[in-house]
Write a protein that binds this ligand. Structure first.
Ligand code: PRT
Ligand code: ZN
Length: 285
């Protein structure tokens, strides 16, 4: 029987959310102690816990069939892997930063300068595209201290809240790429494994789409019904149920998280009352 091997980060920023996603997909991971390997009791899947930098290589070689890494790691690794799905967590950006005291005229600032980074491949491609000639210093950690110790004039590193840059006297000047956790896959899957992967991606979709939508229940006076129904597309169309009180209906629908507050304001302006918003655990379209 087929078995899908998935590589996830052993310990780091992606570990907890990666395991949580499998749990939300109904996959129970045995072996909480997190050794090198674990299996699941109710899905033919095996987990390998690895350093994130090693995951693209293992997926390319078929040691793991799929893996979860940051897009930044997938791109930098230049291994034969594909992004199968964006997973919506561990969002960050890879940016260029320089000392706060410097004037920044634009990207040409970096001509003839040195830049420290752990992402030489991505940075090199970016500089080439921007026609900038800079020297790249590859270092593996604590990139943010490089300008302070005179190792480089600028850095290219992951930024999330920006507080690391701030506390090192640096300022972000260019965004090189945006990144989030992604599911990656190689090309060595047999038919049975492809089928398992389809099942897994179907479940992940249901979880991710659910997170991106809310279930909304509201009351509407009959004269506002049509207007409110127009505002609420729902999965097919909203559910409309009469209230015990004459002249009123309850409307149930699904709205997207992206313009959540905008939608709520429009509904209130159209006469909606008693609006309840409920999270959706899974949504299958
Ligand atoms: O041990 P292993 O090699 O597996 O882990 P790691 O140390 O290489 O990676 P880890 O766990 O730090 O990060 C895993 C992934 O999380 C990265 O590849 C990114 O895709 C994503 N991610 C999201 C981040 C951050 N946010 C982040 N803030 N990765 C790193 N940082 C670091 C950054 O390098 C900088 O030092 O946090 C600092 C900046 O954070 P702010 O909030 O101060 O801006
Ligand atoms: Zn790493």
């Amino acid at each position: 029987m087929s078995n899908l091997k998935v590589a996830i980060q052993k310990s780091g920023r992606l570990s907890e959310d990666s395991l949580k996603l499998f749990k939300e997909c109904g996959i129970k991971v045995n072996n909480g102690a997190r050794k090198l390997k674990a299996s699941a009791s109710n899905f033919p899947i095996e987990f390998l816990f690895l350093r994130d930098d090693d995951i693209p290589g293992y997926v390319e070689d078929g040691i793991a069939d799929i893996g979860i890494v940051g897009e930044n790691v997938q791109q930098e690794a230049q291994k034969n892997t594909r992004v199968l799905k964006k997973l919506g967590f561990s969002k960050c950006r890879l940016s260029l930063a320089i000392p706060r005291s410097e004037e920044y005229p634009g990207i040409e600032y970096f001509n003839g300068k040195s830049i420290a980074t752990s992402y030489p491949y991505i940075l090199k491609s970016y500089l080439k595209e921007k026609k900038v000639n800079a020297e790249i210093h590859e270092i593996s950690g604590s990139v943010e201290i490089a300008p302070g110790i005179g190792l480089a004039e600028g850095i290219c590193d992951i930024v999330s809240s920006g507080s690391t840059l701030l506390s090192n006297g640096l300022v972000e000047v260019e965004e090189v790429m945006r990144s989030e956790a992604v599911l990656i896959g190689g090309d060595k899957l047999d038919d049975g494994q492809k089928k398992l992967l389809d099942q897994l991606v179907f479940r992940m979709d249901a979880v991710l789409v659910g997170k991106n939508n809310k279930y909304v229940l509201l009351n509407a006076p009959d004269e506002s019904l049509d207007k409110i129904i127009d505002l609420l597309p729902g999965m097919r169309s909203p559910t409309v149920l009469p209230l015990a009180e004459k002249g009123w209906h309850s409307i149930h629908s699904v709205i997207n998280e992206d313009d959540f507050w905008g939608s709520i304001e429009k509904l209130r302006a159209a006469g909606a009352e008693g609006i309840l918003v409920v999270p959706i655990e899974k949504m299958i379209q």
